[in-house]
Write a protein that binds this ligand. Structure first.
Ligand code: LLP
Length: 416
């Protein structure tokens, strides 16, 4: 496609230059309609059986985005006290929160117990800890289904090489610990990794988890995890994740299980990226254009502190060039490397890209930044984090997080 922001009418008539003038550069810009569409789509992955999609808020925990998930009927998963507290602040009732814990302290487990938040334990050791804190209680356990998938080794969370989950050979010990503390294992969950476009490994993991589920009696829920991908190469016409095909292939696997198990527990999934990635772009100013050893570098204010994914995983994010608030057509292209303003050579936003000729004063518009964008941003180099704004359905612009200031950064420090 020639331009995502034009095709999707992303800014709904707002001039990106005006947004940056008002809220500063760089700037996270969300589109409410796109976010809602994706949240609604994940809520309908399974229609034949009881089902909820748990939006995985590590992808983006801005309260205003959590509010959209609440309204779209998504439940949510949380990784710790911080994320549970965000969800409570957004208005989620505790029975719509699932604490998917990993190596957590007794204090974090106690927080969930006190708030009556269903918790999944990720190891026998943590199950034992939960038992000592909450004898007679209810919980879930995270199983490693033996199959992983993801866009990078760093985000594959099941299979042979991972810290996550309880291995199939240890399941008898789950029952022993449950008996010792009179625990009810109400659910089992898995998450095989992040970002797959081919659903095959996920379906294999679902099949494995359901085979393992046969060993658990009276399960109230089974959670298959997240990971559905989005097309990061959309300007090169990469196809979307085929939800319809996925649903068609998932259903017979569930049918077989429900028949053998004798009842249908509540099925769950945990999508993060799919819900929020495409509903956000980052606008950033081109501050400098230069040549170094025959290579052209375009220097922007979108550093690895603002979006770390390219530096951390070599992730691809499409970039559009805006001049005077309008998309520059992709006709007269040249190879450039787009960088940030951070003191590291790895601060590369887009390496060796064919982009329209850029000049100082242009805006770079980075696509698909809604997932693991702001949530992984940092004030590295003591650069305050950007503001976030939401283009609402009616086209009006709402500030959903103000820009951090240097005073904010100083606030945590003891006086010298
Ligand atoms: N459930 C659990 C237990 C998870 O650990 C994750 C992601 C999800 C659900 C949601 O996965 P998703 O649907 O978003 O793929 N920072 C990396 C991604 C790390 C994902 C960590 N866990 C990135 O920027 O690609």
């Amino acid at each position: 496609m020639e331009s995502y922001v034009n095709n999707s009418d992303f800014f709904k008539g707002n001039n990106p230059e005006d947004l940056v003038a008002q809220y500063g550069s760089p700037l996270y810009v969300y589109n409410e309609e796109i976010l809602r569409t994706h949240m609604d789509a994940v809520a309908k992955v399974i229609t034949k059986y009881p089902y909820t999609a748990n939006y995985s808020i590590k992808a983006n925990s801005n309260l205003h985005i959590l509010k959209l998930a609440l309204e779209e009927g998504n439940n949510c998963d949380a990784m710790g006290i911080g994320e549970m507290s965000m969800l409570l602040a957004a208005g989620f009732p505790t029975d719509r929160i699932f604490f998917v814990s990993n190596n957590v302290s007794a204090e974090e487990l106690q927080f969930a117990i006190d708030h009556n938040i269903m918790t999944s334990l990720d190891s026998l050791c943590q199950l034992e800890l939960f038992g000592t804190l909450n004898p007679g209680g209810k919980c879930a356990v995270r199983i490693n289904p033996g199959v992983g998938a993801g866009h990078h080794d760093k985000v594959i969370t099941a299979g042979k090489k991972t810290k996550f989950g309880i291995a199939e050979e240890d399941i008898d010990q789950i029952f022993e610990i449950a008996k010792k503390y009179n625990l009810t294992i109400a659910g089992i969950n898995q998450h095989i990794g992040s970002l797959f476009m081919d659903p095959e490994p996920y379906l294999k993991a679902v099949t494995n988890l359901l085979r393992i589920a046969m060993r658990f009696e009276n399960l109230e829920f089974i959670d298959f995890g997240g990971g559905y991908g989005i097309p990061y190469h959309k300007l090169d016409d990469e196809a979307e994740y085929n939800m319809e095909d996925f649903k068609k292939r998932l259903e017979p696997i569930l049918d077989k299980f429900v028949e053998e198990y004798g009842s249908a527990p509540l099925f769950k999934s945990e999508p993060g990226r799919y819900c929020v990635a495409e509903g956000c772009v980052i606008l950033g100013r081109v501050q400098s254009v230069k040549q170094n050893a025959g290579k052209k570098y375009v220097g922007t204010d979108i550093g690895m502190n603002v979006l770390v994914r390219p530096s951390m995983y070599d992730s691809w994010h499409d970039v559009e060039v805006l001049r005077d608030g309008k998309v520059v057509p992709r006709t007269d292209l040249e190879e450039v490397t787009v960088t940030g303003n951070i003191c590291e050579s790895g601060d590369l936003l887009a390496k060796d890209r064919m982009l329209p000729k850029m000049q100082r004063g242009d805006l770079a518009c980075v696509l698909d930044a809604g997932a693991y964008g702001y949530s992984m941003a940092s004030p590295y180099n003591s650069r305050p984090r950007p503001a976030e704004v939401m283009i609402q359905k009616d086209g009006s612009v709402k500030l959903i997080r103000r820009r951090e200031t240097v005073e904010d950064l100083l606030r945590y420090m003891q006086e010298v």
